[in-house]
Design a protein around this ligand. Structure first.
Ligand SMILES: CCC(=O)SCCNC(=O)CCNC(=O)[C@H](O)C(C)(C)COP(=O)(O)OP(=O)(O)OC[C@H]1O[C@@H](n2cnc3c(N)ncnc32)[C@H](O)[C@@H]1OP(=O)(O)O
Ligand SMILES: O=CC(=O)O
Ligand SMILES: [Mg+2]
Length: 362
């Protein structure tokens, strides 16, 4: 928990810094699309991607070669200054707080493109102290540059200590926009014995009981079903609870097997069903997957609207298709209906799809 008193929580941390937000706006962010601003081929594609993806993120940290750190920072400044982002958010991922690059990242980006930067993603966050550091320096830089609205902060949950401190991280600052689960660094930090970027592992499984022979002996050699388990369930659920408690947004992070679009979709859908609002896209092919998976389906919206219509003032119990619906299932339906409305406001194709759903009689 923050050590600030409640009355000071929403006070700017530097004279002249913008007033902190009291609520994080629910802006669609189904795909956070990563690009390396020092990679000319990738960078050239960014202006045309505006409007096709909810968030474009200029990555300065891992996956950018050490020799290219300055070029990436300068490339991001150039792209941000030259591009009209319209409805698309612009985020960046700065280098780690213990790296030789992060101070220059912050002191360069905020004055140059602070008005255009919606969110700064901070990697390898360990506890509230990391957020407090970023919070204060951002306030100082915003004040100096005359930035008129606060730049929000997003933390990556990718260390064991970060997971242990997840609640205090979410509540460390009114700038906290959300958290992403970073499975690659987290696996390394925990000393998990995997070599992948997200996804399951064939060795992490539960096996069907061995059948018995006529004398009741176990047939251990028999063919038995194996059910691969989810390595990330505990962390994702813990992250979602911490985010919901503090009014910030949870995200799945990267899925590294770019060619396995089916497993990527599964990973994203698990995150969606468990409460996440989006995931990272590392390659253009993952944008469509995230946009589809993190938008409520036509079937879910049709059902949710039926429940809303049938529930009248929102109290009591009704039967729909043999199932009991009441105040609590109505609230779940409203989560989907409200998300659909937010997405329809920025996605005309989705709006037309949702508008075409027949609305039931009340
Ligand atoms: C693991 C923990 C983490 O920190 S994950 C986050 C850090 N990693 C990243 O940000 C990775 C970002 N993505 C990439 O670097 C590339 O997509 C990787 C995975 C290396 C694949 O690149 P490549 O072999 O060029 O793919 P490709 O030949 O299929 O590319 C086709 C065209 O699309 C482009 N492209 C590729 N990725 C992006 C991207 N993220 N954003 C925009 N454009 C992208 C390629 O440059 C290529 O362009 P062209 O057709 O040759 O002109
Ligand atoms: O930064 C992301 C990760 O998985 O590590
Ligand atoms: Mg990482």
């Amino acid at each position: 928990m923050s050590h600030k008193s409640a009355k000071d929580f929403f006070r700017p941390l530097a004279v002249g810094a913008p007033q902190p937000l009291r609520e994080i706006p629910a802006r669609p962010s189904r795909a956070i699309h990563f690009f390396d601003p020092s990679n000319e081929k990738m960078a050239a594609k960014i202006p045309a991607m505006v409007g096709t993806v909810d968030v474009l993120l200029g990555n300065l940290e891992d996956a950018v070669k050490a020799d290219n750190k300055v070029a990436a920072r300068e490339g991001l400044v150039r792209i941000a200054q030259d591009t009209d982002f319209g409805p698309t958010q612009l985020w960046t991922r700065i280098n780690a707080l213990d790296s030789p690059w992060v101070l220059d990242d912050l002191t360069t980006l905020v004055p140059a493109i602070g008005e255009k930067l919606d969110v700064i993603m901070v990697p390898k966050v360990q506890g509230a102290e990391d957020i407090h550091y970023v919070d204060r320096i951002l306030a100082q830089l915003e004040a100096k540059a005359g930035i008129t609205r606060p730049i929000l902060v997003h933390a990556i949950l990718e260390t064991a200590r970060g997971v242990a401190n997840v609640e205090e991280i979410c509540g460390a600052s009114p700038r906290m926009q959300g958290l992403s689960l970073g499975p690659a660094d987290l696996a390394a930090d925990r000393k998990m014995k995997t070599t992948r970027v997200g996804g399951g592992h064939p060795g992490y499984l539960v096996r069907e009981d061995a059948p018995r022979d006529a004398d009741g002996g176990y047939l251990y050699d028999a063919d038995r079903f194996r059910f691969q388990q989810d390595l990330w369930h505990y962390t994702m659920a813990k992250m979602v609870d911490a985010c919901a408690t503090h009014g910030v947004y949870p995200y799945w992070g990267p899925f590294g097997d770019i060619k396995d679009t089916v497993a990527c979709e599964d990973q994203f859908r698990n995150a969606f069903l468990l409460g996440c609002v989006g995931a990272w896209s590392l390659h253009p092919v993952q944008i469509e997957i995230a946009n589809r998976v993190f938008s409520p389906s036509v079937e879910d919206i049709a059902h949710a609207r039926r429940v809303v219509a049938a529930m009248g003032d929102g109290t009591g119990a009704v039967m729909i298709d043999g199932k009991m619906e009441d105040d609590a299932s109505l609230k779940q339906c409203l989560v989907l209906v409200e998300l659909a409305e937010e997405l329809a406001a920025i996605d005309p194709v989705l709006k037309a799809t949702y508008d075409a759903i027949e609305t039931p009689e009340a």
